[in-house]
Design a protein around this ligand. Structure first.
Ligand code: PBG
Length: 321
């Protein structure tokens, strides 16, 4: 059965958050579907949806993201819009996506993954090794915080959030010596030339699960939309994320617990590295393994379970040192 393609009279509604990065990702998705089916941009409507994670007052506060809603902070309202039919597809940063989708929705289309690395951002310094003893670093990411404190217990970590310009201004004001952002976001925003960003090797800071990947969610019964997404799907990205997200699922984590994971493909083999940390950085546990690509999810699940076993109960609880 063939389906009617979207048109200016009956556009495909693309749901997205309103941040510059989210909009760039929605535009990239639109451009890829346009190219695959020779459609005009007018065959799509971009629908901006405000999420809890976009609440300015909340995000400007010093409250850790975890306390603001944890899993689904950036996604709950968007998934509700999908289910109600207000939008037809939702474009997500996979790093922010809980491992399970609500009944009735599927998330099985991925764009080619961007640079997976974290970036060290500083107007004056070129990397973590340049930070003087006791330096103040700005990040609201529990993972980055724990990784930094594990390697450098002398550092002081302060909450740092907001868009790229806000962060750069805070650095200029001397609030902190450096901050951290995903290379992928800076690249997709076309800002690499204007931001003093230095990529950090995964060996030094293992990225978050799914960092740099964009996923497209739709209604499970919407076969017309499934057919539209088929030609833009990137299989290698899906294979890597299957392993990483199975790892995350086994640990019951979200992007707001100190968990890192990265899968890479080489020939027919998938190599997965994983790390879990105590939130205060006092302890880190790592593992690595290889499997045939088709067994990536099983590898991720087993690695997650083994790490949990090594960690024991309470590993992710805050210690009062
Ligand atoms: N948690 C917020 C978030 N979700 C996705 C990205 C960046 C882009 C990506 O990793 O795909 C960011 C910001 C950051 O960590 O710099």
């Amino acid at each position: 059965m063939t389906h009617a393609l979207p048109s200016p009279d009956a556009p495909l509604k693309i749901g997205t958050r309103g941040s510059p990065l989210a909009l760039a990702q929605a535009h990239e998705t639109r451009a890829r579907i346009c190219a695959a089916f020779a459609l005009p941009e007018a065959a799509f409507a971009i629908v901006v949806i405000k999420t809890t994670g976009d609440d300015r007052a909340l995000i400007a506060s010093d409250t850790p993201l975890k306390e603001l809603g944890g899993k689904g902070l950036f996604t709950k309202e968007i998934e509700a819009a999908l289910l109600s039919g207000a939008i037809d597809i939702a474009v997500h940063s996979m790093k922010d996506m809980p491992v399970d989708q609500p009944e009735g929705l599927v998330l099985d289309c991925y764009l080619p993954r961007e640079d997976v690395r974290d970036a060290f951002i500083s107007p004056r310094l070129g990397g973590i090794a340049d930070l003087p003893r006791g330096a103040v670093v700005g990040t609201s990411s529990l993972r980055r915080r724990a990784q930094l404190l594990n390697r450098r217990p002398d550092l002081e970590v302060v909450q740092f959030r907001g868009n790229v310009q806000t962060r750069l201004r805070k650095l200029e004001e001397g609030v902190a010596s450096c901050t951290f952002l995903a290379m992928a976001g800076l690249t997709r925003l076309g800002m690499l030339a204007e931001v003093p960003a230095y990529p950090i090797a995964p060996e030094d800071m293992l990225p978050a699960v799914a960092q740099g990947a964009i996923g497209i969610e739709r209604r499970a019964d919407d076969t017309a939309t499934a057919a539209l997404l088929e030609p833009i799907h990137h299989r290698e990205t899906a294979q890597r994320l299957a392993a990483e997200r199975a790892f995350l699922a086994a640990l019951d984590g979200s992007c707001e617990t100190p968990i890192a994971g990265l899968a890479e493909l080489s020939g027919g083999t998938l190599r997965l590295r994983g790390e879990i940390l105590r939130p205060d950085g006092s302890e880190t546990l790592t593992d690595a393994g290889e499997a045939p690509i088709a067994d990536g999810a099983a590898l991720g699940r087993d690695m997650g379970r083994r790490l949990l076993e090594r960690a024991g109960p309470g590993f992710f609880d805050w210690r009062s040192a």
